[in-house]
Design a protein around this ligand. Structure first.
Ligand code: ARG
Length: 285
């Protein structure tokens, strides 16, 4: 039962992003939104369109250099895994993917888009891999393959300082903010009597929380740490919601790339490169 709800949600999120039946689209969210002029109708697509200013140019370039370029899709609203430093997307995923691409003798190109556009973009061939702090879930495995895991994520609960919410149990009946299409969204949706506010970006949920518009935010622990350090008056509960594995997603029909990514990841773990990248972005307390 629970599984059914979750896969329906994933389908709904994907449908919203591509304006097509679940798993049946061969176009990207950005392209659909742009060509159909339906930005208002699809928040996720709109977000992707807005953030991907040079989508057309980028796509043309991708086609020309196919073979030599590894195109990584991400949603660069997720520090320390992916975020903007000036015009550039940096972070653990960006550097890990660059290291993987180097092992493969390829050049990495990063496409930033709405989180719930990533799996459709992978299925349509717009991007080659997803590196986005993406959690391995049963439902996503119906649409994509995942590499071996390279990091652990914890669904954390953020509340205002002094909140009456002290544990996950206290979330029943509350208004909870999440980033649309994430596992935090899926967990929140399962909480009894809760009202879910879905945002394009995790930081928007956190800002809403600080303005008193919602009662809590469920989001991955590392971005939670970054956001809470940037916005006053918030705290992360000690009790976490779930522990998850992050992995690189690859299209179902691209077993060869999956094997190559796994081989590269194994080497990067083995020679300490992965740990060095993590240490650069996450300072242990
Ligand atoms: N780990 C969560 C998930 O897979 C959230 C990932 C959000 N990532 C991002 N780049 N915004 O659903």
């Amino acid at each position: 039962m629970k599984k059914k709800v979750v896969s329906m949600m994933l389908c709904a999120a994907m449908t919203a992003a591509v304006l097509a039946g679940c798993g049946s689209s061969t176009q990207t969210a950005t392209d659909d939104a742009a060509s159909a002029g339906t930005e208002e109708a699809a928040d996720a697509a709109e977000d992707a369109a807005a953030e991907e200013e040079t989508a057309d140019a980028a796509e043309a370039e991708t086609e020309e250099t196919a073979g030599g370029t590894l195109v990584m899709g991400t949603n660069a609203e997720f520090p320390p895994y992916e975020f903007y430093e000036g015009q550039e997307v940096v972070g653990i995923d960006a550097e890990m993917a660059a290291a993987v691409a180097e092992k493969l003798g390829m050049e990495l190109k990063i496409e930033d888009m709405a989180f719930d556009s990533l799996i459709p973009a992978l299925s349509s061939g717009k991007i080659d891999i997803v590196a986005a702090g993406m959690t391995v879930t049963e439902d996503r495995l119906e649409f994509v393959n995942f590499s071996d895991t390279y990091a652990t994520g914890i669904q954390a609960i953020i509340v205002p300082e002094g909140s009456e919410i002290a544990s996950a149990d206290d979330l029943a009946g509350k208004t909870i903010g999440v980033q649309q299409g994430t596992t935090g969204d899926i967990f929140a949706t399962d909480i009894e009597g809760a009202t879910i506010e879905r945002y394009a970006k995790g930081m928007e949920a956190v800002q809403s929380l600080s303005q008193g518009k919602i009662d809590a935010v469920i989001i991955d622990n590392e971005p939670a740490n970054v956001f809470v350090s940037e916005v006053e008056g918030l705290q992360i509960l000690d009790e976490a919601f779930a522990v998850e594995d992050y992995a690189v997603a690859v299209a179902k029909d691209n077993e060869e790339l999956l094997d190559q990514v796994n081989a590269a990841l194994a080497e990067l773990k083995e020679d300490g490169t992965l740990q060095a990248i993590v240490d650069k972005y996450i300072t242990a307390e």
